[in-house]
Design a protein. Structure first.
Length: 137
């Protein structure tokens, strides 16, 4: 059993789609074992997306992530990391498969509704950035 870190991005909270996205997560067999709504600070967003700091879209990405509250989550399940990436769909919503969260809800490459960890190591560090052990149940 594996855990992954998820963010429902500002385009989801702004459009009141938190429940709709969570329904897709749960329908895929992933269990939401921690969840909170937060307004990310600039340092938090810059540190979270630190790997992308040299990319041309970094500034826009940080502004987007702090523009509205987000929902941060820990998802648990069999192969949770790969399974959630599958449910999310491709980064570019135009390339996302039918039935995926991004195909259904994403607005653009930037406002693509969700984040999911890409490997066990990143899942562990990302979870630790936002949750203590006792908050994950
Ligand atoms: P995430 O890391 O959020 O789960 P991902 O792994 O599919 O998404 P990455 O390549 O890690 O995609 O990019 C991180 C995020 O940066 C994307 O989800 C998107 O919000 C934003 N992003 C990526 N590429 C672009 C781009 N070309 N223009 C604008 N924003 C982008
Ligand atoms: Mg990524």
């Amino acid at each position: 059993i594996e855990q992954t870190f998820s963010i429902l991005k500002p385009d989801v909270t702004r459009r009141n789609l938190t429940g709709a996205v969570n329904a897709k997560i749960e329908a895929a067999g992933l269990r939401i074992v921690a969840q909170k709504r937060i307004h990310m600070t600039r340092p938090q967003a810059e540190s979270f997306y630190g790997v992308h700091k040299e990319r041309p879209f970094f500034g826009e990405l940080v502004e987007m992530m702090i523009s509205e509250p987000v929902v941060v989550q820990v998802l648990r399940g069999e192969s949770a990391i790969a399974k959630y990436r599958e449910v999310m769909g491709a980064t570019n919503p135009e390339k996302a498969d039918a039935g995926t969260i991004r195909k259904e809800f994403a607005l653009s490459m930037g406002e693509n509704s969700v984040h999911g960890s890409d490997a066990p190591e990143t899942a562990a560090t990302e979870i630790a950035q936002f949750f203590t052990e006792s908050e994950i149940v």
